[in-house]
Ligand binder design. Sequence first.
Ligand SMILES: Cc1cc2nc3c(=O)[nH]c(=O)nc-3n(C[C@H](O)[C@H](O)[C@H](O)COP(=O)(O)O)c2cc1C
Length: 373
Amino acid sequence: MSTDMTTTSDAHLFSPHALGALTLPHRIALAPLTRCRTGVDRVPSALHALYYAQRASAAIIITEATQISPMGVGYAGTPGLHSDAHVEGWKLVTDAVHASGGRVFIQLWHVGRVSHPDWLDGRTPVSSSAVTANGKLRIRDGSLVPFVAPRALTTEEIASIVQEYAIAARNAMLAGADGVEIHAANGYLIDQFLRDGMNQRTDAYGGTIERRMRFLREVTEAVVRACGCSRVGVRLSPTNRFNDVCDSNPHELFPAVASMLNQFHLAYLHVLEGVEGSPSAPASGCARVAPLLREAFHGTMMINGGYDAITGDAAIRSGLSDLVAYGVPFIANPDLPLRYRLGAPITPPQQATWYGSGATGYTDYAPMQHAGD
Ligand SMILES: Cc1cc2nc3c(=O)[nH]c(=O)nc-3n(C[C@H](O)[C@H](O)[C@H](O)COP(=O)(O)O)c2cc1C
């Protein structure tokens, strides 16, 4: 893989890139976007298949976050990947994306403490430690309620969650996905182990950086065993504070995480650290961690957070990243790579329909008409 700083300098947003066995035609990936469009069965439908097929011109699609188990749920309308019905639903998506010439990785997710007994049949949410998130979340009836105190997982329970990741990864393969992305970002379960603002454990999963990384290492090992290394990516968010999780020294923690991940020869490392002024940008005065991850990680890197065609191209030309993921820009522009290539106008999305409005604001954004259509 061409990831050292000198060989990537000829690359740009529209040059091809090898990702495992896949050849990506350009560098514009679809970032994972939760859109809350399943029914209560949490099974992807023909509507999901259409939405993703419409975006198949992405270099690679990373799907919305997808629960590995019923205990991993924290929102309405998010899909799962832990039953035969889920596998059948995801097959609709992967078939539609492949028929449209695309490639798709399914993002594997456990929310940990970002949940509520209302989503868990009365059970208490689980986490690294019994630390309650500040803020509120929405429950089944649509009302906003404060987070509850989670329960710290036992080491036996951690081992079974690692197995749940592996089963979900195998299910992704059964469903015909090209790979999976382990969601270790944004304050969800794996991040609740990584960052010391949250992890207060005193056993083998807490304390030193080595111990806080252990859960991610075990999950990655199990998922790589299930799918093969070239089909696995990992997503990190070193400096955002989503879901009330932060770290006292991200500049030490996250390069150590990237170095640890080198042993697995992953398809890619996905780093959410937004450009200045974007919601996921580091706080002012906090130096960016992404360049350190670029140095520490020896495979393909994908950057994300507030990029456009110009800043994304610059991120690749400067050697910061091999790929750039775009989230919000893809919502209302299903043919985003073509628009960027032509310098065509970008349609702004309707934020009111980001989550859970059926086809409206989901599959009804038209591709642009251009000469030759
Ligand atoms: C509606 C919406 C849903 C999102 N869902 C996910 C998700 O499921 N998994 C994830 O890792 N990030 C999720 N994110 C974060 C995006 O992947 C991305 O990091 C963020 O939008 C910044 O990139 P952008 O400026 O290109 O949109 C979501 C963001 C938005 C706006």
